[in-house]
Design a protein. Structure first.
Length: 112
């Protein structure tokens, strides 16, 4: 399992998936959810090929009954993302990351 780490987060390549570990308080703040109250401390993420793709998926999720927790916008890491909470209470980040390779099959490859 290949990995890349920063000051606050560690990324692990697991086949075509990436697992990220981030401290709970920072993840809650970034996800737009309160730390506690039934939140499991996990956010799922789906990467798309463009900022417009982020907007499209968030709009589709909202039409399907999701609540937008963080509107789409530019991120501190140089990408574009937004977060919705599905009807079962699970937060999902929809992200465009120009630093990662998004393969044709939807899998992600970390740089380097």
């Amino acid at each position: 399992m290949d990995h890349r780490s920063g000051a606050d987060v560690a990324f692990f390549q697991a086949g075509g998936l990436v697992v990220a570990l981030w401290d709970r308080a920072s993840l809650a703040a970034d996800s737009g959810v309160s730390d506690g109250g039934g939140w499991a401390g996990i956010t799922l993420a789906h990467n798309v090929a463009s900022p417009e793709g982020v907007d499209t998926v968030l709009a589709e999720a909202e039409r399907a009954g999701a609540t937008i927790a963080r509107a789409a916008g530019e991120t501190f890491w140089g990408g574009y993302s937004g977060i919705f909470v599905d009807p079962d209470g699970h937060p999902w980040e929809i992200a465009y990351n120009p630093h990662w390779t998004l393969n044709e099959d939807g899998s992600v490859t970390l740089p380097g």
